[in-house]
Write a protein that binds this ligand. Structure first.
Ligand SMILES: Nc1ncnc2c1ncn2[C@@H]1O[C@H](COP(=O)(O)OP(=O)(O)O)[C@@H](O)[C@H]1O
Ligand SMILES: CC(C)(COP(=O)(O)O)[C@@H](O)C(=O)NCCC(=O)O
Ligand SMILES: [K+]
Length: 244
């Protein structure tokens, strides 16, 4: 059995692939690593032959996660990090390792499956990344995700109180609607502006891939064609692992 783990700043997502099929899950981790690792490591009697981790949680967290995984399974996990080049993708960062590995494996998966593309990851941060027809990572953007925008607005204002709501692009007619609709529209306008510009530059065959925990919410307001691939990062990590 193989285990693949995608550790973001909010959620830990995982996939167990064994002879009797595939099981996957995910949840907010709250940086409580022993608790967050309970579900992915709960493989019953079956042992793990390989465990792969793509983490953007930071070096300290990675050390803790690695120690916990090895202590519980006896298998030392393999942490994959961004590189100058891999699977035909070249990294434009002067220090390639500093590119978030979730962004890197998503670029690898996009390139291997579709070629040129624009990747929108609606996670704790909202990231947009572009890869051209030669497999060159052209660069991207990192802005606060919807969850981060909301919590920052509520934290830094005295009288803005909102309950959960399904945001739309229309004018808000209550504090909650003004906040939810405003943040959605701001995020969608940013993404759309970038996609329109990049599509003029990239091959016509380029795909727009959307992933991340807020993908449903954001993409419901997208006016351009896209593919929603919730498991893009795990798929990319599994591709890396398959080569070993
Ligand atoms: N069950 C959930 N747990 C955590 N975040 C969630 C959940 N459902 C939706 N979200 C939203 O998804 C965002 C996290 O996206 P995700 O891609 O899962 O996380 P990460 O940034 O850790 O990769 C949060 O900012 C939040 O707005
Ligand atoms: C941009 C990110 C925070 C996104 O992570 P997430 O929202 O999935 O938690 C992550 O890719 C990261 O920590 N990147 C390192 C800096 C960079 O990519 O330039
Ligand atoms: K992510």
């Amino acid at each position: 059995m193989k285990l693949f783990v995608d550790v973001g700043n909010t959620a830990l997502k995982w996939r167990r692939r064994g002879a009797d099929g595939t099981v996957q899950g995910g949840a907010a981790h709250g940086r409580d690593w022993p608790r967050a690792l309970q579900a992915p490591l709960d493989a019953g009697a079956a042992g793990f032959e390989q465990i792969w981790v793509a983490s953007v949680a930071g070096a300290e967290a990675d050390e803790r996660i690695g120690a916990l995984i090895e202590a519980r399974t006896g298998v030392p996990p393999r942490f994959y990090y961004s590189r100058q080049e891999d699977f035909g993708v070249s990294n434009c960062y002067p220090e390639p390792r500093r590119l978030g590995v979730d962004r890197w494996v998503a670029l690898v998966e996009c390139w291997q499956r579709f070629g040129a593309g624009i990747i929108i990851d609606c996670g704790s941060a909202l990231t947009i990344d572009a890869i051209d027809g030669e497999g060159r990572f052209l660069g991207g953007y990192i802005v606060p995700g919807l969850g981060m925008l909301r919590s920052a607005l509520l934290r830094d204002t005295a009288d803005v109180h909102v309950d959960q709501a399904r945001p739309r692009l229309t004018l808000g007619r209550s504090t909650g609607e003004c906040v939810h609709n405003g943040l959605l529209r701001m995020s969608v306008a940013f993404v759309t502006d970038v996609v329109v510009e990049l599509r003029e530059r990239l091959p016509d065959t380029c795909k727009v891939l959307v992933t991340g925990g807020d993908a449903d919410e954001l993409s419901s307001a997208f006016s351009f064609e896209f593919m929603h691939l919730p498991d893009l990062v795990l798929d990319g990590l599994e591709r890396v692992a398959a080569r070993q």
